[in-house]
Ligand binder design. Sequence first.
Ligand SMILES: Cc1cc2nc3c(=O)[nH]c(=O)nc-3n(C[C@H](O)[C@H](O)[C@H](O)COP(=O)(O)O)c2cc1C
Length: 332
Amino acid sequence: MGCRGILGFDYGIVQAPLGPDISGPELVAAVANAGGLGLLRGPDSEAPDRYRELIRKTKTLTDRPFGVGVVLAFPHKENIKVILSEKVAVLQVYWGECSKELVDEAHSAGVKVVPQVGSVEGARKAIDTGVDAIIVQGVEAGGHVIGQESLISLLPRVVDLVGDRDIPIIAAGAIVDARGYVAALALGAQGVCLGTRFVASEESYAHPVYKRKLVEMDKTAYTDIFGRARWPDAPVRVLQTPTYSDWKTLPPHENELNQPVIGHSIIHGTEREIHLLAGTVPNATTTGDIESMAMYAGEGVGLIKEILPAGEVVKQLVEGAQLLIQTKFIGM
Ligand SMILES: Cc1cc2nc3c(=O)[nH]c(=O)nc-3n(C[C@H](O)[C@H](O)[C@H](O)COP(=O)(O)O)c2cc1C
């Protein structure tokens, strides 16, 4: 057992794509410069120019490889053309049909494909399309959650399914520190994908109040009350804020569209009204009642005690895991 790199990166540390615009060029470049895989997040609509801009900006901040995450449930064909023509290292995909054609097209462009799945069935489909690695998301994860199983039981089942194929498995959900990283390695993963820990980093584009709440709060909830109109049937894990507690029994026919506007954000260059119960987390431009907005967080949030530079997060994971393995497990 050890902290080997994956997919040509120095380390098996992945910074999750963080929607709608929380993982921008600064965060991704900081992770890349530290030897991890950083994933950009672009708009959930056809916006090839914006994708090009984000990728090119990141290239000015790092000469190391990085990737882009795309939610396949939204229009994406033109965006993917740009991602492939810009030859980023990795295309991460989530929530939608990751077809063999898409994987083949990416491979022809020299781009590796890494889907995030939340079940053994999802992993089986991914293997059949010829993907390069699989992120296995447990129900503990922050943000949108595609499956219902805990990482500790789901991950080894996917590892067994993959068998001796050369497809690294990357664990996602509630991993925040070296202990979580080593636990994931013990379950058979070769890498870990962290979302919440990187939202709470200096370089993330999250609003300072959201970052502070990640340090202060420790309870999360799995719910479908946020963002129902924009992205139906897509549960999320959020901080248990007063908004969540007040609205957690929202009747099924209600959604954010008939709620009042509580603020404004500029998301990927466009000004948007933020309704109460919208699914968009507050970013650095957001004004209004920030504390009442959705704040995605994984179950590991109680372990986050400070905002750190993203490079430091990567360093602490790698060095901490090496130390833990040497002191606690070698010769055990
Ligand atoms: C603010 C936020 C936004 C997210 N956005 C995306 C996304 O756009 N695409 C995606 O594949 N996963 C997204 N995720 C989920 C992550 O990929 C990952 O599964 C999750 O963050 C892992 O759990 P953790 O937050 O406990 O580390 C998001 C997570 C958070 C916290």
